[in-house]
Write a protein that binds this ligand. Structure first.
Ligand SMILES: [Fe+2]
Length: 249
């Protein structure tokens, strides 16, 4: 399998490119709308054909590139069926394996950050979206978030994977790229070994995080598989347009 971990700096999002050596077909997990050209350049450079984009959940901090990619390449859109987005070509359901050439993803429903959140197990690695981050986890205070559900998703579903299984999250804000199930079981300060449900509830209830800057635009845009709103304030334009230096200086 051809594998690339791609980073979008404004929302600190990791997009994953998986390509089949045999068929040349590829998929992108959680592509970001401002990085479409970068992603397509990489796909072309590797001699791959984008067959699908696939979402872990409805994001609140960036807009998905799914629709733009579809317009540019004819790639199909896969996303959790739970969210009933009418723009998807394929609704992902638990344990219904998703195959692109020789690549198989096993979808795992991991609610808690959002109710429709999925992780994807692929051989020796799991793409955990915002359910499990490196020494952290996604917030649970919006989008039908539920700390109890996230605790169960991580402890029962993700932590039952082999310790050697690599953890590739949807974000990292400290330039870390990868962890492992065994490492998170030991080191995750919110969900690691000794943390109980009561601990986790208290931690998540006291994060005191600010209201997400982009959520009011991102969620409706992502319900449509990646549409930027017309009424975006100037200070949020960078979420929809790739900002480049003005040639006028
Ligand atoms: Fe998220």
């Amino acid at each position: 399998m051809i594998f690339r971990q791609l980073f979008e700096p404004l929302s600190s999002t990791y997009t994953y490119l998986l390509g089949c050596d045999e068929t040349g077909n590829a998929l992108l997990i959680d592509p970001v709308i401002t990085s479409v050209d970068r992603d397509l350049d990489e796909i072309k450079r590797l001699g791959l054909n984008l067959a699908y984009s696939i979402e872990t959940h409805i994001h609140a901090d960036h807009i998905t590139a799914a629709l733009e990619l579809k317009k540019k390449t004819g790639s199909k859109i896969a996303a959790p069926a739970f969210d009933r987005r009418p723009c998807t070509d394929l609704g992902i359901e638990e344990d219904k394996h998703f195959r692109i050439g020789s690549i198989t993803l096993q979808p795992l429903h991991t609610p808690g950050h959002t109710d429709g959140h999925f992780s994807y197990l692929c051989d020796d690695r799991v793409f955990t979206g915002d359910a499990l981050l490196i020494e952290g986890c996604g917030r649970t205070d919006f989008q039908n978030g539920d700390a109890d559900a996230l605790f169960r998703s991580v402890k029962e579903k993700l932590f039952s994977l082999p310790d050697d299984c690599l953890v590739y999250p949807a974000h990292d804000y400290n330039h870390r790229r990868v962890s492992a199930i065994g490492q998170e079981k030991q080191r995750n300060p919110r969900l690691g070994n000794n943390r109980t449900l009561e601990d986790f509830r208290e931690i998540m209830a006291n994060l005191n995080l600010p209201y997400p800057t982009f959520i009011d635009y991102a969620v409706p845009g992502n319900r449509l598989c990646g549409v930027c709103p017309d009424n975006l304030p100037d200070n949020l334009q960078g979420y929809c347009r790739q900002m480049t230096n003005s040639p006028q200086g």
